[in-house]
Write a protein of this length. Structure first.
Length: 330
């Protein structure tokens, strides 16, 4: 399945594994890349040595292209320089302006992806020289910058730029891939489905809650799980923390139920308080159900946790079947 995206990034299938924060890791990213997609690492909050170790471990596991995602709500100068020195094939930027990095990255033959939430941003970054626009719809899980549905956002952007557009938000299977391409995208970025891969670095109870969810199980909040990342809207499962906050009338920060209560501990035994942006990654102990359970609306389409390579294979199989069904309608 060849598109402008696969040709540009030298990958077999138009599938990008979304960064999914601390749930991603070298094994997951390499499995996706080895299966023909583009695996992605999330290094925004890692130390310099951790970044080097993770990148080099990924390179040992795959000879295929992979990417590093950097969130620009934090200064990423050092990590960008490190990615250049480590010859990372692709860098994906989110939640901020990547302009100052574009020239240097292009000089080093690193492909640049920029996540946007509207067509104005897409046009601006296209003119500045980024290689790929990732158009994030409101349906996406995790942190969500925009509030436009993918079905409107994708054609709005793809009709206005010439570079590849990747659809993000609500795409999790082969039908979604064909739908995205029909809307004008050159591929899809998938978060929740890969969060539900065997390789994702999350606790089983988290994946169990996703598998039990339906299309109405998530909610969009502007500043609820804000401790650690303020004023960053996000989509999460409606767990006990969300429901208690809603029952209390959605009070503002400082007046929310049980604020500053320690409800869990991370793998380093550091306390996690209620309304923290921490999610239940491996090694987290405590009341995991009450933590930030990032998930997109596509969670309602996912019932099982399977290997990443099987996810890629299944998406392509479903896409081909969908095309065959469409042909029969002619």
């Amino acid at each position: 399945m060849k598109t402008k995206l696969t040709k540009l990034l030298n990958i077999e299938f138009p599938i990008i594994q979304a960064p999914i924060g601390s749930a991603t890791n070298p094994v997951l990213a390499s499995e996706v890349s080895n299966s023909g997609g583009l695996g992605m690492l999330a290094l925004s909050w890692k130390s310099k040595q951790e970044c080097v170790d993770i990148i080099r471990e990924t390179k040992k596991l795959t000879s295929k292209p992979f990417g590093v995602n950097l969130v620009l709500a934090w200064n990423q100068d050092e990590r960008v320089a490190l990615c250049i020195s480590e010859k990372v094939p692709v860098i994906s930027f989110f939640w901020g302006d990547s302009t100052k990095y574009i020239k240097k990255l292009k000089q080093n033959n690193i492909k640049i992806c920029q996540t946007v939430s509207n067509s104005k941003e897409a046009i601006e970054y296209s003119k500045k020289g980024v290689d790929v626009i990732i158009a994030q719809g409101w349906e996406a899980g995790g942190h969500v910058k925009g509030n436009v549905a993918s079905s409107v956002l994708i054609p709005s952007i793809s009709n206005k730029v010439q570079i590849p557009v990747v659809a993000s938000g609500g795409f999790t299977n082969g039908q979604g891939l064909i739908a995205a391409i029909t809307l004008g995208a050159s591929g899809i970025s998938i978060g929740t489905r890969f969060l539900m891969s065997n390789e994702a670095h999350i606790e089983d109870s988290y994946s169990d809650l996703i598998s039990e969810s339906d299309e109405n199980s998530t909610t969009y909040a502007k500043n609820l799980f804000n401790v650690g990342w303020e004023n960053a809207p996000h989509r999460i499962l409606r767990n006990s923390t969300v429901k208690d906050w809603e029952k209390a009338g959605k009070p503002e920060i400082g007046k929310r139920p049980n604020e500053n209560e320690i409800i869990a501990y991370d793998s380093n035994n550091e306390p996690i308080i209620r309304y923290s942006d921490n999610n239940p990654v491996k090694g987290t102990k405590g009341n995991l159900e009450a933590l930030a359970l990032y998930a997109g609306q596509s969670a309602g389409l996912i019932t099982d946790r399977i290997p990443a390579k099987q996810i890629v294979k299944q998406i392509i199989y479903e896409a081909k079947n969908t095309l065959e069904k469409i042909k029969k309608l002619e």
